[in-house]
Write a protein that binds this ligand. Structure first.
Ligand SMILES: [Zn+2]
Ligand SMILES: [Zn+2]
Length: 558
C-alpha cells in the first residue's frame, strides 16, 4: 500500500521591507529549497550621515547559498532590485521577471561586474515557470513602473500569493490592467492559502486615481504655459508618466529632450521595448534646446526627489551644464517626495523660485498620482482572493497595522492574520500560519562602492556631526619618563575659534598635569596613557562647555 506523506510546512522568511519603505526581500522555502522574492535597497534616512544606501542583511542567505534556486522580481523599482548587485557577490542564481524588470535590474548588476553570476530570464504576463521545486506564476498588476507582477507560488501547502507593489488602475496608460480575474480563478480553484499584500497606502481611504488622469492635467498645464519652456521632473523608471509628458509636449507643439543619465537610459530602454513611443522628429538633444524658442521645448529630467547631484537640483542652483533656469521656465515636479526627502524637495522648489521660474507640484495641481493601492483597492484584492491567511508587507509598521485591521474587518480569522517585521519567519501548514523563529535582518549600510559599514561607524559620524571632535597629541620621552613638550590640543566643531584659544591652552595644561601624574605613578604603556589623556580631557571639556564631543587621545613615545 502506498504511503501518503503529508507535505512539509512551507516557510516564508522576511528579510526586509516590513517596517520600512525599502529593501524588500523575502524567501519562500519549500522542502529546504529557497526562492528569493525581490532584493531591494532603502535610501538613507536623514540620521544616516554619509550613507549611500541601506541593504537587507544577507547572512541567512549566505549560509544557505547552495539551496537558492532562483530570484523572482515583482517589478523594476530600486526598493525591489537595487540590492541584487550586492546579493550576487554572495551567491549565484538566475533572475526571473518581466522583460522590463530584468532590463532595469540589469543596469546595476552590469555596472557592478557580477552579471556572470546570474542569468536573466524574461517572463510574459501569466507565464508559469518551475524554479527548483516550486511553480511560480507571474500575474500582471498596475503600478508606477510598467510590467509589474504579482507572484503566485504554487507550493505543496497551496497557493501563496504576493501582490507585489500594485494599484487597481482601471484605465492604465498601456491598457494592461491588474489581472483580478486570474486571481479570482486561483481563489475559486486551488484557493489562496496565504496572501502577502502591499501596505504602503493602507492608511488612505478610497481608491488611487488612474495614471491616465495625470495625462489630462499635464495637457492642461502645458496649454496654460504656452510660450514658456517646460521642464518636467519625474522618476526615470515611471515610463508611463514619461510617455504622458511626451504626449502633452507633442500636443502643444514642443520638442522633447531628456536630462539626467538614468532618464536618457530609460527612455532608450523603453523605446527599444515598445513601452515608450516618440513620434519621429520630436526628440532633440539637450545641447540643442537653447537654439529653440522656449515655447517649443519640453525637457524631461531626473531629480524629482531633490537628490543633491541630480539634474533638477543642479538646475535649481544654477550649476546645470545644459540648462539655465530663468523667468521663461516652468518646472513641473511630477512626483511625491519619498518620506525623508521632503526637506530636499522643498529646498529645490525654493531655489527654483529664486531663479524666477514657476513651479508646479503635486500640492497645487494633480500632476502626480500614487502607484499603490488605497483601502478600497486593498479590500477589493482581499475580497477577490479570499485568502485563508494574511500577512501585510511593504510598509512602515503603522501601514501594516492598518492593513491587518482592514483584513480583519473583511472577516479573516484573527488567528490567521499575522503582523510580521523584518527577520520574522512564518510557517504555513495544513492548519494555517504560525511564527517560526527569527533570522538576522539588520540594516547593512553601504558607503561608496567599496563595502558595508558598521553601526559603530555611523554612531561616530553622528557624534562628530553633532558635537565635533577634540584631539590631544601627547609626546612622552620614553627614557626620561616625562612629557617632551606640552600636549597639543586640536579641535573641529567643538567651540568657536575666538573662545577656543584660551580653552585649548587650559586643556593642554590639564592633560599635561594628568599625564605627568600618571607617569610618576608608573604608567608607561601607550594604552594606559591614552586612557588617562581621554579621561582628563573628557572631564575638562564636559565641565567647561557642557558638551560631549568625540575625544581622541594620541600618545606618542619618542
Ligand atoms: Zn514599486
Ligand atoms: Zn516598493
Amino acid at each position: 500500500m502506498a504511503k501518503r506523506t503529508t507535505p512539509k510546512p512551507v516557510r516564508v522568511v522576511f528579510l526586509g521591507g516590513l517596517g520600512e519603505i525599502g529593501r524588500n526581500c523575502a524567501c519562500i522555502e519549500v522542502e529546504g529549497r529557497i526562492v528569493i522574492l525581490d532584493c531591494g535597497i532603502m535610501f538613507p534616512e536623514p540620521d544616516m550621515p554619509g550613507i549611500d544606501l541601506v541593504l537587507p542583511e544577507f547572512t541567512y542567505l549566505r549560509e544557505r547559498k547552495d539551496r537558492v534556486d532562483g530570484i523572482v522580481l515583482t517589478h523594476g523599482h530600486e526598493d525591489h532590485t537595487g540590492g541584487l548587485a550586492y546579493l550576487l557577490r554572495d551567491l549565484e542564481a538566475p533572475i526571473y521577471g518581466s522583460e522590463l524588470t530584468v532590463g532595469l535590474a540589469r543596469h546595476r548588476i552590469d555596472e557592478a561586474g557580477v552579471s556572470d553570476r546570474t542569468r536573466f530570464v524574461a517572463v510574459a504576463d501569466g507565464e508559469r515557470v518551475r524554479i527548483g521545486n516550486v511553480e511560480v506564476e507571474f500575474i500582471p498588476v498596475t503600478h508606477s513602473v510598467p510590467e509589474a507582477m504579482a507572484i503566485a507560488f504554487h507550493t505543496p501547502q497551496g497557493v501563496i500569493l504576493h501582490s507585489g507593489d500594485f494599484k487597481l488602475d482601471l484605465q492604465p496608460v498601456d491598457g494592461r490592467r491588474t489581472d483580478l480575474s486570474r486571481m479570482g480563478e486561483l481563489a475559486r480553484t486551488e484557493g489562496v492559502r496565504l496572501l502577502l499584500s502591499d501596505s504602503t497606502n493602507a492608511e488612505e481611504p478610497g481608491f488611487t486615481e488612474s495614471e491616465s488622469t495625470v495625462g489630462v492635467t499635464l495637457r492642461r498645464v502645458f496649454a496654460a504655459q504656452a510660450g514658456k519652456r517646460i521642464v518636467v521632473a519625474c522618476f526615470a523608471s515611471h515610463m508611463h508618466r514619461v510617455q504622458q509628458v511626451i504626449d502633452a509636449a507633442v500636443a502643444s507643439g514642443r520638442k522633447v529632450a531628456t536630462l539626467g543619465r538614468s532618464m536618457g537610459k530609460n527612455v532608450d530602454l523603453g523605446s527599444r521595448l515598445g513601452i515608450i513611443s516618440i513620434p519621429d522628429g520630436v526628440q532633440v538633444d539637450i545641447e540643442k534646446v537653447d537654439d529653440l524658442p522656449p515655447g517649443q521645448v519640453c525637457v524631461i529630467s531626473t531629480g524629482s526627489q531633490g537628490e543633491p547631484m541630480s539634474a533638477l537640483s543642479l538646475m535649481a542652483t544654477g550649476e546645470n551644464r545644459w540648462l539655465r533656469i530663468g523667468e521663461d521656465d516652468v518646472v513641473v515636479i511630477s512626483a511625491h517626495p519619498i518620506p525623508g526627502n521632503e526637506w530636499s524637495v522643498g529646498r529645490v522648489i525654493d531655489d527654483l523660485h529664486r531663479r524666477g521660474a514657476e513651479v508646479v507640484h503635486s500640492g497645487a495641481e494633480a500632476v502626480h498620482v500614487s502607484g499603490h493601492a488605497r483601502q478600497g483597492e486593498l479590500r477589493t484584492l482581499l475580497s477577490v482572493t479570499r485568502p485563508e491567511c494574511f500577512v501585510p508587507v511593504h510598509g512602515e509598521f503603522r501601514h501594516m497595522v492598518h492593513h491587518a485591521r482592514l483584513a480583519l474587518s473583511m472577516g479573516l480569522d484573527p488567528a490567521k492574520v499575522l503582523l510580521c517585521e523584518d527577520g520574522d519567519v512564518i510557517s504555513l501548514d495544513a492548519k494555517g500560519i504560525t511564527r517560526d523563529g527569527e533570522v538576522p535582518a539588520g540594516y547593512v549600510y553601504v558607503d561608496g562602492t567599496v563595502g558595508d559599514i558598521e553601526h559603530g561607524v555611523l554612531r561616530d559620524r553622528k557624534k562628530l556631526a553633532e558635537e565635533g571632535v577634540v584631539m590631544a597629541v601627547v609626546t612622552v620621552d620614553r627614557q626620561e619618563g616625562i612629557l617632551s613638550c606640552p600636549p597639543v590640543i586640536e579641535t573641529r566643531g567643538w567651540v568657536h575659534a575666538a573662545e577656543a584659544e584660551a580653552l585649548l591652552g587650559e586643556a593642554s595644561d590639564v592633560v599635561g598635569a594628568a599625564v605627568t601624574k600618571a607617569l610618576k605613578d608608573g604608567a608607561h604603556d601607550i594604552e594606559g596613557l591614552n586612557r588617562h589623556t581621554r579621561k582628563a580631557l573628557g572631564k575638562f571639556v564636559g565641565d567647561r562647555t557642557r558638551r560631549r564631543p568625540m575625544i581622541v587621545p594620541v600618545v606618542l613615545m619618542v
